[in-house]
Design a protein around this ligand. Structure first.
Ligand SMILES: [Zn+2]
Length: 436
């Protein structure tokens, strides 16, 4: 018998989410030094160490939220149901202008992190301001984040000019590159808010440091129209002309690409973060995801910020995606349950260029594992675990969350952030925002 740090034993179903969708029944996972060292039916008999018995549970890889603005959780539900322009100009921007600070971002992120952990998210991709505050929270709780500060051509809370934003991002990358939980990235906001010069300079940094280039692309018809008028081409073609389309690009939303642009995305290995609930709530439209998948584009799932979702439930998000595309394209075979769950795991890892470490339950991968409680009436009878997770379960069915081999959630309780503490944060900021 070999000693390990943690063994998850007697798991009813282990969905590895590898390329063959390998599954184990009544099996165990052994973890050492933050990594999966063994997985299978006989593992229980080969190792000893701290043991969590997982009878009645389904194991899946830690969920990856490929696009959010965590700190905006302090604005959940604020100014909902208004036209986009009114919502932004009368609600979101004034509050951000007045309050966004290190403290706002830190506390908003703590509230978001509590919710994401409770819902089985182990890694998220963020774009906001004061990302050093996000990094501090994540290092504190031991959760992974791909962190990018929004770079725009006008002054932001952290930078007066885009050049200052890029320089500060470079410092941030140098500080965090190679750390366990923080994957620094660069975040030019969008093709309509960043000049070609800003976009190019940001790509130079992404290539120099081998980091992700996180950007909103083709989110709204307004954006498509604006880019067309300004630069004579639709957003994807414009970015191709600028020379910033490659495997480092994680494009959030991608609601309005043309057929030609979908081919361009595939050829240039651009990854897409699909955010269906935000696109629906903000009335942006429906992204042609089945067509992108068919063309070979890697697609992950994102919640976007809770101001436009209004939650951080990735399981809920894949459920929405799977149903939305069936209904919209009038084809019940598109985006099946396995594909939908892959978007939140394996494909999400590819979207952030971390497929060697994250996204599947395999020997040698980081031990980021989620256990879903299947002993609840609404998941039974259980004919097919993939179907049940995507169509029947909710994020709150997550029972246990392990990140880097450490237990963060157990018996549906978040162990690393206090619930009363985050509720107080929310209450305090609600009063401040209402009395502004
Ligand atoms: Zn966004």
């Amino acid at each position: 018998m070999e000693k390990v740090d943690l063994i998850l034993t007697d798991v009813d179903h282990i969905l590895t989410m590898d390329e063959n969708f390998t599954e184990y029944k009544n099996a165990s996972i052994a973890i050492k030094d933050g990594k999966i060292v063994d997985i299978g039916e006989d593992v229980k008999n080969k190792y000893f160490g701290k043991t969590v018995v997982c009878r009645g549970k389904i194991a899946i890889p830690g969920l990856i939220n490929t696009h959010t603005h965590a700190a905006m959780t302090l604005l959940r539900g604020y100014g909902s149901d208004n036209p986009l322009k009114v919502w932004l100009e009368e609600y979101i921007w004034p509050v951000e202008g007045k309050f966004v600070s290190y403290k706002f971002v830190k506390e908003g992120t703590e509230l978001a992190v509590y919710e994401m952990l409770r819902n089985g998210v182990t890694t998220f991709v963020d774009m906001y301001f004061y990302e050093n505050a996000v990094a501090d929270v994540l290092n504190n709780v031991g959760m992974r984040g791909v962190l990018s500060t929004g770079i725009l051509d006008f002054p932001t809370p952290g930078a007066k000019t885009p050049d200052e934003g890029i320089a500060k991002t470079e410092d941030f990358i140098k500080e965090y590159k190679g750390s366990e939980y923080i994957y620094p990235a660069i975040g030019p906001h969008a093709p309509y808010t960043c000049s070609p010069e800003t976009l190019k300079k940001a790509m130079e940094v992404a290539e120099k440091y081998d980091v992700l280039y996180h950007i909103h692309i083709s989110e709204t018809e307004f954006e498509v129209q604006t880019v067309k008028e300004k630069y004579g081409d639709t957003p994807v073609k414009h970015l191709k002309n600028v020379g910033v389309l490659n495997k480092r690009v994680l494009a959030a939303h991608m609601v309005h690409p043309t057929e030609e642009e979908i081919e361009i995305l595939a050829e240039n290995k651009v990854k897409v973060a699909h955010c269906p609930e935000s696109n629906l709530k903000l009335a942006s439209g429906i992204a042609p995801i089945p067509q992108m998948l068919k063309a070979g584009v890697t697609v992950g799932i994102g919640t976007d910020g809770t101001a436009s979702n209004d939650d951080l439930d990735v399981i809920g998000e894949i459920s929405t995606a799977a149903k939305l595309h069936k209904g919209y394209w009038k084809d019940p075979t598109v985006l099946n349950a396995k594909q939908a769950l892959a978007m939140a795991t394996r494909e999400g890892a590819k979207a952030i260029m971390k497929e060697d470490e994250l996204g599947t339950l395999e020997k040698g991968k980081k031990a980021d594992i989620v256990l879903i409680d299947a002993q609840v009436p609404h998941l039974n009878p259980l004919f097919d675990p993939y179907t049940q997770i995507v169509y029947s379960s909710k994020g709150l069915d997550v029972d246990t969350v392990v990140i880097n081999g450490e237990i963060k959630v157990l018996n549906k309780e978040v162990l690393v952030i206090d619930k009363e503490y985050v509720l107080n944060i929310a209450k305090k900021w609600k009063e401040k925002i209402e009395n502004r």
